[in-house]
Design a protein around this ligand. Structure first.
Ligand SMILES: [Zn+2]
Length: 509
């Protein structure tokens, strides 16, 4: 719920403006003005930096709680605090809306923010759409490539909701977690949604196995951990005749069952292990679980989805969302490639399966720029959905660079082109870097158009780690320059992000 501007709030905003003028050459974020009892908190920008200002009307001494510079302004206690981790922790103590919460089965949108400065624009775009924002969303791989900590990502979310005065509640997603250690890392930083990635346990070669080999592998599954008898499960699945949508009947044959269980049996076990680990280690921590099998070679069949969902259900694992590997291609940073009709037909059946097991959300990973898919899902108006985006915000930052400092953009693009052969390895993309024009041959005002070119988008997308980590001598200093440029051009950067995400969200509403 959004808070109304009460007369008392108007007073506080007036006061914040007044204090701001005393502090010096700062600009006030008006939506950031918050009352805490009689005291007033707000955020300002001074040059390239943002600060939290804490004003104790009745002389409350916040200097023991927040660390910052004490200013003698209006002969009252005013603290000017950097946006540090310690101060973020204190803000979360004082203002509950700055803590991540469970989102449950509401429609939700994941805004991965690899730079940590896109949150306010994300919130502006998502407001009034009915979608809940998942702000702190970062996978272990992203943390490693950007050299950020889970805490930094969470703090960025806290400051974003504070700056924007967003009281609607935001989720946080520890994305693609593979081990209990990954879970620990995310719980410690206050994350509440955990996306289990069991891809190491998927057996991708089942199509090449003979019936006899499949039988053998089926017998070798960890049945005690599955808490089931191999013959009992086989019989139950052979007897299955499940009607999904529009009369579609799910009734698998023996080979399909064997393939499904050999491919996903250990996925079920690992997911149960991860789920139990959270429940047992952190019984009081608010938790919701997503299961992602999106990073497999072949699309998830309807029967495979059913199998994983029904077995997890039997083992007592409750999901808030599940990400199948859909048909077609969900490449990074560009629109869907594939048969949209087939996507729609399968999507409604995936939804029907989710409906049989508690109605969890279907999750769309690599959701950046999948405009044609959003249109399909939005026009269906069935079930609930969770979309994850990340790289597309980084690309909007680079669009801002192209517009504000063309030469720096050329440097980043040339570096990314050099890195392409090696950086593309872990990604599902089809870009051909030879089709990208030499950045030196383009006029300054032509550069931003490259951000609408699929090849360039993907080349820039996959190089984010090399650009941001600064591990290579050529990229040393890139991140600092990029961050400073974005702070200097805050309004342009935000306008680019808001426009881009309205394009993402509008098909759903
Ligand atoms: Zn994913």
């Amino acid at each position: 719920m959004e808070s109304e501007v009460t007369p008392a709030m108007k007073e506080s905003i007036k006061l914040a403006r007044e204090i701001s003028t005393y502090i010096g050459d700062v600009s006030l974020y008006e939506n950031s003005v918050h009352e805490n009892g009689d005291d007033v908190f707000f955020m300002v920008r001074e040059g390239l930096k943002k600060f939290l200002i804490v004003y104790g009307k009745k002389g409350n001494n916040y200097s023991e709680i927040f660390s910052g510079e004490e200013l003698n302004t209006l002969s009252k206690s005013v603290l000017k605090c950097p946006l540090s981790h310690e101060n973020a922790k204190q803000v979360r103590e004082q203002f509950t809306f700055t803590r991540a919460v469970l989102i449950g089965k509401d429609n939700s949108y994941g805004f991965g923010d690899r730079l940590g400065n896109a949150g306010p624009a994300h919130l502006r775009a998502v407001r009034k759409t009915g979608f809940k924002p998942i702000l702190a969303q970062q996978s272990i791989r992203e943390l490693e490539r950007t050299k950020r900590t889970a805490e930094e990502v969470m703090d960025a979310a806290t400051w974003s909701v504070f700056q924007e005065g967003y009281h609607g509640g935001f989720g946080s997603d520890g994305d693609h977690l593979k081990t209990p250690d990954d879970i620990d890392r995310m719980v410690r930083a206050g994350y509440t949604m955990f996306t289990i990635d069991p891809s190491d346990y998927v057996r991708d070669d089942v199509k090449s196995l003979s019936l006899q080999d499949l039988e053998e592998e089926y017998r070798k599954l960890p049945w005690s951990e599955l808490d089931e008898d191999a013959d009992v499960l086989m019989k139950r699945l052979l007897d299955l005749e499940l009607e999904l949508r529009d009369g579609f009947l799910l009734s698998p044959g023996k080979e399909e069952i064997l393939q499904g269980m050999v491919k996903y049996g250990r996925v079920v076990v690992h997911t149960k292990v991860m789920s139990d680990y959270i429940d047992e280690t952190y019984p009081d921590h608010p938790t919701e679980l997503e299961l992602s099998v999106d990073e497999t070679d072949d699309p998830t069949t309807l029967f495979e989805h059913y199998l994983v969902a029904s077995e997890l259900n039997r083992l007592g694992v409750r999901l808030v969302s599940l990400a199948p590997r859909y048909c077609g291609h969900f490449e990074k940073g560009i629109d869907f490639k594939g048969d949209l009709e087939q996507f729609q037909d399968e999507y409604v059946q995936h939804l029907a399966i989710a409906g049989k097991f508690g109605g969890y959300k279907l999750s769309v990973h690599s959701g950046s720029d999948k405009f044609s898919v959003y249109k399909v899902i939005g026009s269906l108006d069935l079930g609930t959905v969770h979309v994850k985006t990340a790289g597309t915000s980084y690309l909007e930052a680079l669009r801002t660079v192209a517009e504000a400092d063309p030469d720096f953009f050329r440097e980043i693009l040339k570096f990314s082109l050099k890195r392409f052969e090696s950086d593309k390895k872990t990604y599902h993309i089809s870009a051909d870097s030879d089709r990208i024009p030499d950045p030196d041959s383009l006029d300054n005002n032509e550069l931003a158009d490259l951000l609408d070119d699929n090849d360039t988008r993907q080349v820039l997308h996959v190089a984010y780690g090399s650009v941001l980590s600064g591990d290579l001598s050529e990229s040393r200093g890139f991140k600092k320059r990029l961050m400073e440029l974005l702070e200097e051009n805050e309004e342009l950067h935000e306008a680019n992000l808001v426009r881009h995400f309205e394009k993402h969200l509008n098909p759903f509403i």
